[in-house]
Design a protein around this ligand. Structure first.
Ligand code: COS
Length: 379
C-alpha cells in the first residue's frame, strides 16, 4: 500500500491550489452573499482540464482516474464548497453518465464540449416529492412517432438553469418498476423545456440549483442513453461514483476548517497565552486532525477501487457517509474554536459549516448511505 500522492496528484493539487487562490478566494464571498454561479470561472476550470478529469483524451478529457479527481476536489473544498460541488456534479453526474453509459455517437457529440467547459452539464433524478425514494418519480416520457415526449419536473438540479446539456431520468414504464425508468439527454433550448433557479440555500451558494420543467418536450430517440428501462440502474451506478466525489469534497471542506482552526488557535490569545495551549482547544484540534485523515483514507480507498473498476457501492457509501459527517463536525468545531469571530462572515468557519451540511444530504443523505452499506453487508 502506498499512502503518498502520485506525481499527477501532486501536480493537480498544486495547480488547483494556485487557481483557487487567484480565481476563487478573492471572489467567493461575493458569490456566496449574492448566490452568483460564476460561469466564467467554470469555463476557466474547463481550460485547466478539470471538467473532464476522468474522460479519456480521445474524447477531449484529461484522462486521469478517480484518485486524481479526488485530489482536485479535496483542494477545491478547502477553499469553496460551492465551486467544488459544481465541478463534482458536472464531472460525475452529467459527464459521467454519458461517458459510462452513452453510445459512441453520444460520447463524440457531448464529451469534448463538456470536458472543455464549452458546455456546462446538469443531471436530474430527484423530484419535489421523490428524493431518497428516487424510484417513485412522476415525470413521464411517452413514445410518439420517432420522438419521446417528456412531461413533469425535476428538482434540486445543479446547473439546471445555466447548463447547456442535462441527463435526466424519466419514467417510461410502470410506477416502482426498476426497469421502468430511462435516461434522456436534454439540450438547452428544446421547446417546452425551462428551468427556475432555487434561491435562499444555506450553503454551496456559488453553485446554481434549479427546478427543471418539461412541458411536452420532444426528445429524439438518438438522445436515449442505453436501453429503454435501464435508467434507474445506470443512475445508481453513476451515484456510486458521484458519492466518491462528494466524499472528496467533504474531505476538502473538513481539512479547510481544520487548518483554519489551527491557524486561529495559535494566534488568538486568552488568559495570557494562545488558546491552542489549552487542552480544551488542543483536543478539538486532535479530534479534527484524526477524523480528516480517516475520511481521506476512506475516500482514497473508494477512488482506488473505482480506478481498478471494482465494485464501489459500499466503499463509496462508507466514504460519503463518514467524510460528509466529518466535514460538518469540523465546520462546527471551527466555529467554536473561533468563538464570536467564527460566527461572522469575516472568518471562514461559518461558510465551511454551511457548505458542509449539503454534503450529508446531496447525492444520497447519510441515512441513505447507511441503507446502502447495511444492504451490501446483509444481502
Ligand atoms: N448499482 C447497480 N444497480 C443497482 C444499484 C447500484 N448501486 N443499487 C440498486 N440497483 C438495482 C437493484 O439491484 C435493483 O435491481 P432489480 O430490481 O433488477 O433487482 C434496482 O436497482 C432497484 O434497487 P432497490 O430495490 O434497492 O431500489 P430502492 O427503491 O429500494 O432504492 C436506494 C434503493 C434507496 C438505495 C436508492 O433509491 C437511492 O440511492 N436513493 C437515493 C437517491 C439519491 O441519492 N438521490 C440524490 C440525488 S442528488 S444528485
Amino acid at each position: 500500500m502506498n499512502f503518498e500522492l502520485n506525481e499527477n496528484q501532486l501536480m493537480i493539487s498544486q495547480m488547483v491550489r494556485d487557481f483557487a487562490e487567484k480565481e476563487i478566494r478573492p471572489q467567493m464571498k461575493n458569490w456566496d452573499d449574492h448566490e452568483i454561479f460564476p460561469v466564467e470561472t467554470m469555463k476557466k476550470l474547463g481550460e485547466l482540464g478539470l471538467l473532464g478529469i476522468f474522460v479519456p483524451e480521445e474524447y477531449g478529457g484529461s484522462g486521469f482516474g478517480y484518485a486524481e479527481y479526488a485530489t482536485a476536489l479535496m483542494e477545491l473544498g478547502k477553499v469553496c464548497g460551492g465551486i467544488g460541488l459544481s465541478v463534482a456534479a458536472h464531472n460525475s453526474l452529467c459527464t459521467g453518465h454519458i461517458y459510462y453509459h452513452g453510445n459512441e455517437a453520444q460520447k463524440r457529440k457531448y464529451l469534448p464540449k463538456l470536458a472543455s467547459g464549452e458546455w456546462i452539464g446538469a443531471w436530474g433524478l430527484t423530484e419535489a416529492n421523490t428524493g431518497s425514494d428516487a424510484m417513485r418519480m412522476q415525470a413521464t416520457a411517452v413514445k410518439d412517432g420517432d420522438d419521446w415526449v417528456l412531461n413533469g419536473t425535476k428538482n434540486w438540479i445543479t446547473h439546471g438553469l445555466s447548463g447547456d446539456v442535462a441527463v435526466v431520468l424519466i419514467r417510461t414504464g410502470d410506477l416502482l418498476d426498476s426497469n421502468g425508468i430511462t435516461a434522456f439527454i436534454i439540450e438547452k433550448g428544446m421547446p417546452g423545456f425551462s428551468a427556475v433557479q432555487i434561491k435562499e440555500k444555506l450553503g454551496v451558494r456559488a453553485s446554481e440549483t434549479a427546478e427543471l420543467i418539461f412541458d411536452n418536450v420532444r426528445v429524439p430517440e438518438a438522445n436515449v442513453i442505453g436501453n429503454i428501462g435501464d435508467g434507474f440502474k445506470q443512475a445508481m451506478q453513476v451515484l456510486d461514483g458521484g458519492r466518491v466525489s462528494i466524499a472528496s469534497l467533504s474531505c476538502g471542506i473538513a481539512r479547510g476548517a481544520y487548518e483554519a482552526s489551527v491557524k486561529y488557535a495559535k494566534e488568538r490569545e486568552q488568559f495570557g497565552k494562545p488558546i491552542a495551549h489549552f487542552q480544551a482547544i488542543a483536543f478539538k484540534i486532535a479530534d479534527m486532525a484524526t477524523e480528516v485523515d480517516a475520511a481521506e483514507l476512506l475516500t482514497y480507498q473508494a477512488a482506488y477501487l473505482k480506478d481498478l473498476k471494482k465494485p464501489v457501492t459500499k466503499a463509496g457509501a462508507y466514504a460519503k457517509y463518514f467524510a460528509s459527517e466529518v466535514a460538518v463536525t469540523c465546520g462546527n468545531e471551527a466555529v467554536q474554536v473561533m468563538g464570536g469571530y467564527g460566527y461572522t462572515k469575516e472568518y471562514p468557519a461559518e461558510k465551511f459549516l454551511r457548505d458542509a451540511k449539503l454534503m450529508t444530504i446531496g447525492e444520497g443523505t447519510s441515512e441513505i448511505q447507511k441503507i446502502v452499506i447495511s444492504r451490501e453487508i446483509l444481502k
